[in-house]
Write a protein that binds this ligand. Structure first.
Ligand code: SF4
Length: 330
């Protein structure tokens, strides 16, 4: 079996605290995945005909539950009228950094970080150049100087990742990068889908949990949404594999910092409840086309909602926030 070479204390910390090398794995509770799936199926069945209506209104005749739809559980108005996704410098940087890490991992770190980023840039810039809303167009419209600075920043992120993450020997760990997980419930009327950045599987020798799920972040930390997203991925992997991961973690690339949760049944059960809330929200929206009976709640998320300029709940949330700032003397 290949040896693992660790360069420095940060890499050693990562191998110990995140990868869990040399540490015993927890036992995977027998029947847990089946039990979680049963709860989801029972929750869907309880929605009755409302689920049919929601599925008919959904893409491809199904309710889709994703990290994005779950984030919008905060307010039905936001779910109904989200602001369309826009390519901003910050999120383009994140997309390129993810793509660079993925390519670098697959290529075995053979090229320099800046070369990897150049390759990724060309790949993305030529993918859909004719589509005015595409990342390709954004990259092609970027001035030479800005493009150079942005590529430099992404190369720095890749260097930072390489510095801390050891190159993992393929005979000890199987890495799945950006591999979508799609699961169907309720006879196909509900689809759960997510794309974990990185899933690491160690060879199975017994009934212990041996999978690690990692979400890579390159922007500002958002503790609650990041955690919710990651738990959703952990649930998807549990349902797909028939056994839970031993750990799931957010890894903040710029700071080389990780936030990890070890396997806890209650966390996965709460995530099932959250998924059912998401499906329930889809039913509510499908059965209340005129907005009556919707749950409207203002908060920081209002900036991502198209209704924000005229929404009284958004104004009230803003006022509460400003009053709170005032109370703290800021
Ligand atoms: S502006 Fe805020 S409170 Fe109003 S509908 Fe949108 S998310 Fe909900």
């Amino acid at each position: 079996m290949s040896a693992l070479h660790l360069d420095g204390p940060a890499a050693e910390r990562l191998a110990r605290d995140l990868l869990g090398w040399q540490q015993p794995r927890p036992e995977a509770p027998t029947g847990l995945a089946a039990e979680l799936r049963d709860r989801l199926e029972a929750g869907c069945a309880a929605l009755g005909e409302g689920l049919d209506r929601a599925a008919q209104a959904g893409r491809g005749g199904a309710v889709w539950v994703t990290k994005t739809s779950l984030a919008r559980l905060a307010c039905d108005g936001w779910q109904r009228d989200p602001r369309p996704y826009e390519h901003t410098r910050a999120n383009v940087r994140g997309v390129l950094a993810h793509a660079a890490v993925e390519r670098d991992w697959r290529d075995g770190r053979r090229a320099s970080a800046s070369r990897v980023v150049e390759q990724v840039w060309v790949e993305e810039a030529t993918r859909r150049p004719g589509d005015p809303a595409s990342l390709s167009r954004w990259l092609n419209d970027c001035g030479d100087e800005d493009a150079e600075v942005l590529r430099g920043e992404v190369a720095e992120l890749l260097e930072a990742f390489r510095e801390v993450w050891p190159a993992l020997p393929a005979d000890r760990v199987v890495a799945h990068l950006e591999r979508p997980v799609t699961l169907r419930l309720a006879g196909g009327r509900v689809v759960l889908r997510g794309v974990p950045d990185l899933v690491l599987d160690s060879p199975r020798r017994d009934d212990r949990a041996r999978t690690l799920v990692v979400d890579l972040k390159t922007g500002l930390p958002r503790p609650e949404p990041d955690r919710a997203e990651l738990r959703f991925y952990a649930l998807l992997v549990t349902l797909r594999d028939g056994r839970p991961p031993f750990r799931w973690a957010t890894y903040h690339v710029p700071e080389g910092r990780m936030e990890a949760e070890d396997l806890r049944v209650v966390t996965l059960e709460r995530t099932v409840a959250r998924v059912l809330d998401g499906i329930g929200q889809a039913v509510r929206l499908a059965t209340h086309p005129d907005d009556t009976g919707l749950l409207i709640r203002g908060g920081a998320w209002c900036r991502s909602c198209l209704r924000e300029p005229d929404c009284p709940e958004a104004a009230a949330a803003r006022a509460r926030y400003e009053a709170g700032m005032h109370d703290r003397g800021t």
